[in-house]
Design a protein around this ligand. Structure first.
Ligand code: GLP
Length: 250
């Protein structure tokens, strides 16, 4: 796992959007693993901006999102399905059959998770997985303590995660207690992974990740065992890294 720094989140987004559009141009049937959260908003805005200026063919692309809140219907404004349509799918013009998220309002969460794992496998696995990180080191909603070989599963969110994400809900008490998340197993099987960490509020977890051994207590540390994983940080998130940990890109 290599660490790369960018002067600002905007520089990072420009670089990453260019990499993703280049991947799609090279492999039109690419299977992308996508993430939600504030961190991804400039990345998706930049993909849409660059694709408008210099369009690539996205009609054969497939996407699989990391996670969804249990109990929220796809059209619920706080669902990740809604977020993805708002920030990326609508702008790129992706058809319904191209995009996949676990269904939050499914009748049988365990069956939904097993079907999601099977759908990723049927698509040939993930070519590229985009990740953000939670304040406690979670990736997707794989909370601390999750074994690295866990497939897509239903998870009870930790108090810290509910607290961190409640800012996005009108009424913090409305935040769901559970979520469906792609597992560490599917993430680790992706051919290429980029973990994005931006903002001063993520500097501590970025520094902990840099020095940690691979350990389920810090789920993102699993990426140290991945053959092709990169961490992209803006200067604020990289501020607590020891000298020599990261290479500067822009
Ligand atoms: C949620 C998502 C994660 C995301 C994290 C960070 O917990 N399940 O996939 O990485 O939020 O979000 P943000 O980018 O808003 O800090």
């Amino acid at each position: 796992m290599k660490f790369y720094t960018f002067a600002t989140a905007q520089h990072l987004a420009q670089h990453l959007a260019q990499e993703l559009l280049t991947l799609i141009a090279r492999k039109p049937k690419a299977v992308l693993g996508l993430a939600t959260g504030s961190t991804m908003e400039p990345v998706y805005a930049e993909i849409l901006r660059q694709n408008l200026a210099n369009p690539v063919n996205v009609q054969q692309l497939s996407t699989f999102n990391l996670d969804e809140y249990l109990g929220l219907a796809p059209e619920h404004p706080h669902s990740y399905n809604y977020y993805m349509h708002q920030h990326l799918f609508h702008g790129l013009g992706l058809a319904k059959h191209q995009v996949h998220l676990p269904q939050g309002n499914c009748a049988d969460p365990d069956l939904e998770c097993a079907n999601y794992t099977a759908a990723i496998a049927a698509a040939g696995g993930l070519d590229f997985q985009l990740l953000g990180i939670g304040g406690n080191g979670h990736i997707g909603f794989n909370e601390p303590g999750t074994a690295f070989d866990t497939p897509t599963h239903c998870v009870e969110l930790t108090a810290q995660t509910r607290e961190d994400n409640s800012r996005l809900f009108d009424n913090p008490a409305e935040i769901p207690s559970h979520a469906l998340t792609m597992g560490m197993a599917e993430i680790m099987q992706a051919k290429e992974v980029v973990l994005v960490i931006t903002g001063a509020h993520k500097a501590d977890i970025a520094a902990a990740l840099a020095t940690s051994q691979p350990c389920p207590a810090l789920p993102a540390s699993a990426l140290k065992q991945h053959p092709n994983a990169r961490v992209y940080l803006d200067a604020a998130a990289a501020s607590q890294l020891q000298a020599g940990t990261a290479s500067a890109v822009a």
